[in-house]
Design a protein around this ligand. Structure first.
Ligand code: NAD
Length: 307
């Protein structure tokens, strides 16, 4: 106890804030009190980041720069979003050292089918600054192509070109298949999660295998009316927060990594200003109960997707 107190005093004296975070007692290392989560390879990753799906050209550059200005240090993009070069440009123009930003991209399904994974990774590295990528994910579990893709990703980790690798849209059986041959374990499984699609079973399975769940479409992709939900609105009034902030906070307390997207500076700011309140256990359960197993798009089924 005495040692703990001394340690705390030392951290405070060094100017390091300590608050309850996604990791329980993890200390904050990112702006705006965004906690760091420790991945199964020992790397640290911001628990809250910025999504870039649908953001193109100048809108992508300006939105990512705004997110970085607001304090986001995790940027999530993908080969399929067609905006890696814009993300790379925004990072460069932000003036923030590359080492302080965590960048995720994803290998596209057509690349896996066509057998052009190596070329695509080289291109992604080039577009994202020409040095390395923090995290590369298999975007979707393309049947018959996951093993060869994973082995190439492992090669890139060994060569120091990618720091961590993970998966996206993997159901438990996809994870089990991969773990049979993987020599490097996935660090995250990025899956659709929001109050109408909580996916507790997949998230719990992911955690059981030592892999961090990461929520995509955390606000329901703006398609399902999640941020207009009456229950979330009334919780927003109770805590003096917007429904979107209630949802982001709910993800954080569920220990999800979460990457909301917006091109509206006010919303970009709102979504990161969620570390000055805590939802009660009862209110967490109220949000849990909104689940309807409803995907933002019914085609987003990891066992049967059309792309
Ligand atoms: P999202 O759930 O983040 O919702 C985005 C929508 O919410 C937009 O319409 C935006 O205008 C609105 N919004 C954002 N902040 C708001 C606020 N404070 N108040 C009101 N409305 C607000 O949807 P998303 O972008 O699809 O998901 C987040 C990120 O996840 C993506 O940008 C992308 O990086 C990633 N993603 C990954 C996959 C995958 O297959 N791995 C699929 C989709 C998205």
């Amino acid at each position: 106890m005495k040692l703990c107190k001394l340690g705390l005093i030392a951290l405070l004296a060094a100017g390091i804030a300590v608050i309850p975070a996604g990791e329980g007692s993890a200390k904050n290392v990112y702006p705006k009190n965004v906690p760091a989560v420790t991945l199964n390879n020992g790397m640290q990753m911001p628990q809250l980041g910025f999504g870039t799906f649908t953001l193109k050209q100048d809108v992508a550059v300006e939105s990512v720069k705004e997110a970085l200005r607001q304090g986001y240090r995790l940027i999530d993009c993908a080969q399929g979003y067609g905006n890696e070069a814009e993300v790379g440009r925004a990072i460069k123009e932000s003036g923030i050292p590359r080492s302080e930003i965590f960048v995720t991209t994803k290998i596209n399904t057509n690349v896996m089918r066509e057998g052009t994974v190596r070329q695509s990774l080289d291109e992604s590295i080039e577009k994202l600054g020409g040095t390395y990528i923090d995290l590369v994910l298999i975007h979707w579990p393309v049947e018959g192509k996951v093993e060869e893709t994973w082995k190439i990703m492992e090669e890139y980790v060994r060569a120091g070109k990618i720091k961590a690798i993970g998966v996206s849209n993997f159901n438990p059986h996809h994870i089990d298949d991969l773990l049979k041959y993987a020599t490097i374990k996935p660090v995250v499984n990025q899956i659709e999660m929001h109050p109408y699609m909580t996916q507790y079973d997949v998230a719990a399975y992911t955690v059981k295998r030592g892999i961090r769940p990461e929520a995509w479409g955390p606000l329901g992709q703006g398609r399902l009316g999640v941020v207009d939900d009456a229950v979330l609105r009334s919780l927003g009034e109770k805590y003096g927060k917007s429904p979107a902030q209630i949802v982001v906070r709910w993800h954080l307390q569920r220990k999800n990594i979460v990457i909301p997207r917006s091109q509206n500076p006010a919303h970009i700011a709102e979504n990161i200003n969620v570390f000055d309140f805590k939802l009660s256990g009862k209110d967490m359960k109220t949000i849990d109960a909104l689940n309807k197993n409803q995907r933002a798009n019914p085609k987003n089924d990891p066992d049967n997707f059309p792309w």
